[in-house]
Design a protein around this ligand. Structure first.
Ligand code: ADP
Ligand code: MG
Length: 391
């Protein structure tokens, strides 16, 4: 994969347009509740400022606006304020920017209003892309989180801008994901946890063809337990996907690889913060039990697999880690990853929350900012935004 990179591009005196992913969560009053994505976008902006770009224009989508209007909840204003604080310089929000007509002062960062409010953005419209490309000398895509979508600012624009390159974050994401997927250090261990098999079926199938061990956790493990003939009581599972789970187990066996299943679990009779947790062997699960975490024996076994891994790919918790009594398995897993010398790449909204909860961010090789894009890259799909940069 050869892609031009911002850090190998001369930006002096140039107008740079950065498509970032600043789609941060907000509370009802519009306050930003979590700013990781803004922080992750700083290196590209700083690179342009430090290397004498004549204008630094940044845009992003925020939420799911309707095209053609900017409602109160759509504006990037709160993002402009936070970005200004982090950069320690003014960031001016520019409304109605598609047709140009605005100037940047020396060293000023312009935040161009929510790009998904522009008519034609979602449809990857060529006329819109041409107009936006005319605003800049260099187009930078740094929005890995939306790399799996072909939209005017993530895809068509790359074709019409004089220069198109990957930002610092996009470059780091591509490098880390490529390292974990092409020619990874073995054994390659994947952990796929979370709630439902259906949301991760493609990734499970793809990984089953590549990895040495496929650790399944959470509701996903329950469906695999059913496939292996275990009773799971009232646990979350998808009975219509038991055959799929069986096929994955068989495919792994044929390759001499394995899907290690829980030998003990933590159960409760309800899923709530006050639920009383019981640790039992997998063969003791009763008709009214819900499996909400893996037990200590299973966690120790998983930790051992992780300790001997060469590369680890992690998406999804192995239990309802939001409640402390069901967090033990995911905590043990997090700790094993933190102590492992393997290169670990992790991604997914709730996975990132688990990484934060157990405070291991500094000990994970690479934490992806992409949820959907992260999974699609691992599935071996060509991401439209990356393909556009390759041309
Ligand atoms: P990610 O966002 O990292 O991709 P998912 O969204 O697929 O992860 O899954 C995370 C959710 O799965 C968490 O909210 C967690 O509580 C839930 N979960 C984990 N284990 C179980 C289980 N045994 N039963 C029900 N839900 C579970
Ligand atoms: Mg999630």
């Amino acid at each position: 994969m050869t892609i031009a990179k911002l850090t190998e591009t001369d930006v002096r005196g140039k107008r740079v347009f950065i498509r970032a992913d600043l789609n941060v969560p907000q509370d009802e009053a519009g306050n930003i509740t979590e700013d990781t994505r803004i922080r992750a976008s700083l290196p590209s902006i700083r690179y342009c400022l430090e290397n004498g770009a004549s204008a630094v224009m940044v845009t992003s989508h925020l939420g799911r606006p309707a095209e053609g209007t900017v409602r109160a909840e759509d504006t990037l204003m709160p993002v402009a304020v936070r970005l200004g604080q982090l950069l320690e310089r003014p960031v001016r929000l520019v409304p109605d920017w598609v047709d140009g007509g605005f100037e940047a002062h020396e060293g000023e960062v312009l935040l161009l209003e929510n790009c998904r409010c522009n008519v034609g953005e979602k449809k990857d419209d060529e006329a819109l892309a041409r107009k936006m490309a005319a605003l800049c000398d260099i187009y930078v895509n740094d929005a890995f989180g939306t790399a799996h979508r072909a939209e005017a600012t993530t895809h068509a624009m790359a074709r019409f801008a004089p220069v198109a390159c990957a930002g610092v974050l996009m470059g780091a994401e591509i490098d880390a994901l490529t390292r974990a997927t092409s020619n990874p250090a073995r054994p390659l261990v994947a952990i796929v946890g979370g709630a439902k098999v259906s949301s991760k079926l493609t990734i499970l199938r793809t990984l089953a063809e590549k990895v040495d061990q496929l650790i399944v956790g959470g509701g996903i493990a329950n469906t695999f337990l059913l496939a292996s003939g275990k009773r799971i009581g009232q646990s979350l599972a998808e009975t219509d996907l038991v055959k799929e789970a069986q096929a994955i187990i068989d495919m792994m066996k044929e390759r001499g690889a394995e899907v290690p299943l829980p030998v003990d679990v933590v159960v409760a009779d309800e899923l709530s913060a006050l639920a009383r947790a019981n640790r039992i062997s997998i063969d003791e699960v009763g008709a009214h039990d819900r499996i909400l975490d893996v037990g200590p024996k299973t966690a120790a076994r998983l930790a051992d697999i992780i300790a001997h891994a060469g590369t680890i790919v992690w998406n999804g918790p192995v239990g309802v880690f939001e409640y402390d009594q069901f967090a033990g398995g995911t905590k043990m897993l997090a700790s094993a990853i933190a102590h492992s010398s393997a290169f670990c790449i992790a991604g997914g909204g709730d996975t990132l929350a688990a990484i934060a909860k157990f405070d291991i961010a500094n000990d994970v090789g690479y934490i992806s900012t992409g949820g959907g894009a992260f999974l699609e890259f691992l599935e071996g799909k060509t991401l439209p935004a990356i393909a556009a940069l390759e041309r």
